[in-house]
Design a protein around this ligand. Structure first.
Ligand code: IMP
Length: 428
């Protein structure tokens, strides 16, 4: 019996899907615990590329069970599209894909409200993925307007609640924003259609997980986004609306904290960010453009260009504390193979004074000056390495320095896009 939690240490896009796919081999169940269709998890198997948004990538392994946990906000149309594509490509989800009856539903008006608010914020916009994530979590927390997946099982009750909610939503849409009202009947028809297809997958997933633990199974909790996008611990307000850090794995699945055995932080060998907000180690625009092209850093959900910079060790150490990390999985090391030197941020200055951690105020974080140390590059391809000893000495030195700065041992190092491009540094 074990529970391993995998989280991103920075702003997401650290390459979690590849690590999750790798770790799936040694687990029985994979569960997503937060976020929704804002996530984009890409896995490469042979010549084939698979992009997952709401369904755990573990579904590619025919003997594994996958769960969309209660902490996720489910966009049913996007879920079914993703499922249809997987089935079309030969994946069989029957009896091994479950969606929590407690997960909240993303509704069409959530996306509408998000588009209105983001455009009203202009230059101060969060730069969201426009998947309705924030407004759905807002309705969940309000306790008044949230609709849950389990309600799809009772069509009459669902329609009655939807009619009440839509009346309130339309009042705001028309009176506050001068927008057109939405039709409760049209939404009901669409969602009840989805309900027919989703019904076989709906379950009390916390019970599925508890039964699995009792039977000695191994569970992998797959985080989306990253710690700096956590609604509490991230660069608020430039964050997503869920608990992306390890604590979210408990609330978002129903597993208690004492069940967790490992917390693996995924850290890319450099840093990237999509959307607005502070980013102390960001490259100058020209360098950012060059590196983005070299590293193909474009969002897998929105195709937006990602902002790029050196690895930020202060954020990494912060993430290690917030998540209680027990191991690091360093990804995309091979992308640094051609560089004559690599840099790692080890020091923050705010108004000339050294600060030890990530400041809570965005205004302060924007003004932080990141000091980096320079390490020699290795300029040798690392893609063929499978053990730590296979890596060139300067790459080993970089990894050791990352461990030192984080205060957490590395367990895995990714050296390429494919499944087996992985160095096992130590057992965990
Ligand atoms: P939202 O999650 O769509 O509300 O977007 C809030 C912020 O989180 C924006 O800066 C997005 O770019 C960012 N974000 C959301 N999902 C991801 C992801 O999967 N990877 C990276 N950034 C993300």
């Amino acid at each position: 019996m074990s529970v391993t939690v995998v989280v991103g240490t920075h702003w997401g896009d650290e390459g979690k899907a590849k690590v999750v796919d790798y770790l799936t081999e040694r687990n029985d169940i994979v569960v997503r615990f937060q976020g929704g269709a804002n996530a984009g998890h890409t896995v490469m198997v042979g010549d084939e590329t698979w992009v997952f948004h709401q369904i755990p990538a573990g579904l590619l392994h025919p003997d594994k069970t996958c769960i969309v946990g209660n902490g996720v906000v489910l966009d049913p149309q996007a879920f079914l599209q993703e499922l249809d594509e997987l089935v079309r490509r030969g994946v069989d989800p029957e009896g091994r894909l479950w969606v929590s009856d407690r997960a909240h539903l993303v509704m069409p008006y959530h996306k509408q409200f998000e588009a209105i608010r983001e455009s009203a914020l202009g230059g101060g916009a969060i730069g969201t993925t426009k998947r309705g994530i924030g407004p759905t979590y807002l309705d969940k927390i309000s306790r008044e307007h949230g609709l849950r997946v389990g309600e799809l099982l009772d069509p009459d009750g669902f329609c009655a609640r939807l009619a009440d909610i839509v009346a309130d939503k339309n009042a705001v849409l028309t009176k506050v924003y001068g927008a057109r009202p939405v039709s409760a009947e049209a939404i009901a028809e669409e969602y009840l259609g989805h309900a027919k297809r989703i019904r076989p997958f709906i379950a009390d997933t916390a019970m599925v997980l508890h039964d699995a633990l009792a039977a000695g199974k191994r569970i992998l909790c797959e985080g989306a986004q990253g710690t700096l996008l956590d609604v509490d611990h991230g660069t608020y307000p430039f964050v997503t609306s869920s608990s992306t850090s390890a604590g979210g794995a408990c609330t978002g699945t129903g597993l208690g904290p004492t069940a967790i055995t490992n917390v693996i932080g995924i850290v890319k060998a450099y840093t990237s960010r999509v959307g607005n907000g502070p980013f102390p180690t960001e490259f100058e625009p020209q360098m950012s453009e060059r590196m983005r092209a070299l590293w193909n850093e474009y969002g897998s959900t929105t195709r937006r260009p990602r902002r790029c910079g050196w690895l930020d060790g202060i954020i990494l150490r912060y993430s290690a504390r917030i998540n209680g990390l027990t191991g690091l999985a360093i990804t995309a090391l091979d992308r640094l193979d051609t560089l004559p030197e690599v840099k790692l941020c080890v020091d923050y200055r705010l108004d000339g004074k050294r600060i030890e951690t990530v400041p809570s105020r965005t205004e302060d974080f924007e003004r932080v000056k990141a000091a980096q140390e320079t390490l020699p590059g290795w300029q040798v391809p690392t893609g063929g390495a499978r053990s730590f000893a296979d890596l060139p000495p300067n790459a080993q030195r970089y990894i050791r320095r990352i461990e030192e700065v984080a205060g957490v041992p590395a367990v895995l190092v990714g050296v390429g896009a494919e499944r087996d491009h992985m160095v096992r540094v130590r057992e965990f």
